[in-house]
Design a protein. Structure first.
Length: 312
């Protein structure tokens, strides 16, 4: 799955929310603050994002160079978001050049300290950064399995690291689409995981945990069978039935599958275009989700209540 969204802050005062919705925005990650200061547009952005029906997440831009500083910032973050519901993760934004000198060991501890405080408060924690910081400034590879990642990579290539659930693919420059949303230059993202469903199932970010009985009530149970299907949106192609399996590369698809990929670069991650017709040779049920085994790999037909493909 790839869901289109944006991230905005005080720099987007008076944002054209309704125009952004028309441009396809489905979610927004809002800056709640920086250092120990609350963003003066956070409340306004939150109110309007919710009124547009967008999923919402939040981030805090850190200037902390010590663990004690991280604790103060995390507490300020919790105060800013108290009483609100979020369908997307609560992120620490760690990238400012002024804190780089603190060193890898200290910065790793800041990431962990921030995460401990956010998670203890019942929120789903993630880390925003770019590839340089992930690889060279913090211990990204060792921290990877513990946290969800929001990676900035302003190219056409989807992040290759594990647990990258959000991809910031453009801002002032954009290799995929216009750098403007609703006529305004905006940072743009794709969500690669179904975060709204995850928050509700896990009972995070202000949501009560979904019980087994509630899940059954929410479940849509169409009689999926092998046959011909068509994608209703862009759909990732994976090596197995489930989001735990890796995304396949374009070069791994069948020749017909490659014709319908959103990217043509062999090493790009494989994603079928909207309107792609494919053959499901087998239907696999994983929990409450349905996957189709195709000649090129596995695609999601239905995830929770969201349906991505239909029988043709």
């Amino acid at each position: 799955m790839k869901v289109f969204g944006i991230d905005i802050s005080t720099w987007q005062r008076g944002y054209p929310y309704s125009k952004a919705t028309k441009d396809g925005v489905k979610f927004a990650i809002l800056r709640a603050g920086f250092g120990t200061t609350k963003d003066n547009q956070f409340e306004t952005h939150y109110k309007h994002a919710k009124s547009q029906g967008w999923g919402v997440g939040a981030y805090w831009y850190t200037y902390a160079t010590t663990v004690s500083g991280a604790k103060k910032e995390a507490e300020a973050f919790l105060k800013a978001i108290k009483g609100k519901k979020f369908e997307y993760p609560i992120y620490l934004d760690i990238e400012d050049k002024s804190i780089r000198k603190a060193g890898k060991s200290t910065l790793d501890q800041i990431v962990k300290t921030f995460g401990d405080i956010i998670e203890r408060a019942g929120y789903y924690y993630g880390v925003y950064t770019n590839y340089d910081w992930y690889r060279n400034v913090i211990s990204g590879s060792s921290l990877n399995s513990k946290y969800d990642w929001w990676i900035a990579s302003w190219t056409k290539s989807m992040p290759s690291i594990k647990n990258a659930g959000l991809w910031q693919f453009g801002g002032s420059s954009n290799a995929i689409r216009s750098n403007k949303v609703g006529g305004v230059v905006t940072d743009q993202n794709y969500a690669l995981k179904d975060y709204p469903n995850k928050m509700k199932q896990m009972g995070k970010n202000g949501y009560a945990k979904t019980t087994v009985v509630e899940k059954i009530k929410e479940k849509v149970s169409p009689a999926y069978k092998p046959g011909t299907y068509i994608t209703m949106t862009e759909v990732n192609v994976r090596a197995g039935a489930g989001t735990k399996y890796r995304l396949k590369k374009v070069k791994e698809l069948s020749l017909d599958g490659q014709k319908h990929a959103t990217a043509k670069t062999p090493n790009a991650y494989a994603c079928y275009k909207k309107g792609t017709t494919f053959t499901a040779v087998k239907i696999i049920k994983e929990g409450y989700n349905y996957w189709a085994q195709t000649p090129s790999g596995y695609v999601c037909i239905q995830y929770g209540k969201d349906i991505y493909c239909k029988r043709k």
